[in-house]
Design a protein around this ligand. Structure first.
Ligand SMILES: NC(=O)N[C@@H](CC(=O)O)C(=O)O
Ligand SMILES: [Zn+2]
Ligand SMILES: [Zn+2]
Length: 441
């Protein structure tokens, strides 16, 4: 503040490196970035955070999160998932609609948005279902959700594929009016009946029904053609195979409006994890081969894959600690995503911090239409930011994560990169790597 009064909302971060560049001081005030300079004086009343050795990034944005509320508050709530997100460096998450009831009406998406505001840790942006009850038979009221207070722009039947090509075509046409996007869970249902893991040598050896790569690739190819035909936007959820990379690359080359995401777990884990029949490694789409993993990393580096999205999928203990074929698919992701990206992309030199900001903040915000996230680190911009210690390492313990569920596939693993602080509109949600007390606004 320039009038000499004390500014209790101000935060001065000293010596941090925006995008991993040269160290600067950054002043946050009134929800925005107020100043950036080599050295800044501390305004009266400002909190000072020693940022020496840290990298400053725009707050991360997750386009694919399962918060489980309403309906499965035993596995996760909007509040607990928001805490996990803030601790993971996120300032915004898109909540998938496969809740109970399904988020297929203005009422439910507004409820989810309101719960997010009450938790106050990240901006929770609801995703609306494409079809009524996610049953794949009849389009949901997309415009009612778009025009609601939740301003829905992303629609998905995630968990299930919109496999009917006519419904998919209509959905794509419908969302064009408000620049919406259909996020497709690409899984041809007939090719994956009873599927338990990646179809390959290993599934045959383990006696588990296979989920062939073509079941994903065929839907992506079809949806790219449909998006071309109607001139609309399609987004591919959790792309997992080398062949899918080829399909998306070819579509982008001819101008298709397609974007794609990869999850952290598909960047590092392979189908070999199924050997012990531990359902913590059961996920949709399944963990693939090392050839796929290497190809996904390269595609994320060269921009064929636009973003990293967590597909954070908490499940109650009884749904995971059971026989493999009875277990629900899905794994936690919000608190480990950045570290996995550091491990698989930054350390090997495939992506620099500028690139991390692009794939974990800027691109997801742009795809989902969030105006105040994924912004440049520049004076006047909203202060949605995360401060990362790139040199710290930590050991993942499911029981210590903020999620109500413990199904992390990274249990006991040492990972690089630690979120030190997260700021939502200038207010710290995380400080010293722990949740900051949330003040009622
Ligand atoms: N990824 C998963 O294995 N599970 C997700 C649904 C989904 O993303 O398809 C879930 O909701 O649990
Ligand atoms: Zn899915
Ligand atoms: Zn999902």
């Amino acid at each position: 503040m320039t009038d000499g009064t004390s500014d209790e909302t101000a935060v001065l971060i000293t010596g941090t490196r925006p995008y991993g560049g040269d160290p600067v001081d950054v002043l946050l005030s009134d929800g925005r970035i107020a100043a950036i300079a080599a050295v800044l004086a501390r305004p009266d009343g400002a909190r000072v955070i020693d940022g020496a050795g840290t990298v400053l990034l725009p707050g991360l944005v997750d386009l694919h999160t399962h918060l489980r509320e309403p309906g499965r508050e035993d596995a996760e709530t909007v509040a607990s998932g928001s805490a996990a997100a803030a601790l993971g460096g996120y300032t915004a998450v898109f909540a998938m609609p496969n809740t109970e009831p399904v988020a297929d009406t203005a009422g439910v998406v507004e409820q989810v948005r309101r719960l997010g505001e009450e938790a106050g840790l990240v901006d929770v942006q609801p995703i609306g279902a494409v079809t009524v009850g996610r049953k794949g038979a009849k389009l949901a009221e997309l415009s009612a959700m778009a025009n609601s207070a939740a301003r829905v722009r992303v629609f998905s039947d995630d968990g299930d594929c919109v496999s009917d090509p006519l419904l998919m075509r209509r959905a794509l046409e419908y969302v064009k009016a408000f620049d919406g996007v259909i996020a497709q869970h690409a899984q041809e249902p007939r090719l994956t009946e009873g599927a338990q893991m990646h179809e390959g040598e290993l599934s045959a050896r383990l006696g588990l029904t296979g989920w062939p790569a073509v079941a994903e690739e065929a839907i992506i190819a079809r949806d790219c053609l449909l998006a071309d035909h109607v001139g609309s936007r399609v987004h591919v959820c959790h792309l997992s195979t080398a062949g899918s990379v080829d399909v998306v690359a070819a579509a982008k080359a001819r101008g298709t409006r397609v974007t794609a995401e990869v999850t952290p777990h598909h960047l590092v884990l392979t189908d070999e994890r199924a050997v012990g029949y531990d359902p913590v490694f059961k996920v949709n789409p399944p963990l693939r081969t090392d050839v796929d993993v290497q190809r996904l990393r390269a595609a994320l580096a060269d921009g064929t894959i636009d973003i990293v999205a967590t597909d954070h999928a908490p499940h109650a203990v009884q749904d995971k600690e059971c026989e493999w074929d009875q277990a629900k698919p899905g794994m936690l992701g919000l608190q480990t995503a950045l570290s996995v990206v550091v491990d698989t992309m930054v350390r090997p030199g495939l992506l620099d911090w500028r690139g991390v900001a692009r794939v974990m903040s800027e691109n997801p915000a742009a795809i989902g239409g969030l105006a105040d996230h994924g912004r440049p680190i520049a004076v006047g911009e909203p202060a949605n930011l995360t401060l990362v210690d790139p040199d710290a390492t930590w050991t993942v313990r499911g029981a210590e994560l903020a999620s109500l569920s413990v199904n992390t596939p990274f249990e006991g693993m040492e990972l690089p990169g630690r979120v030190v602080a997260t700021f939502l509109r200038g207010r710290p949600t995380v400080l010293d790597g722990t949740l900051a007390a949330v003040q009622a606004v």
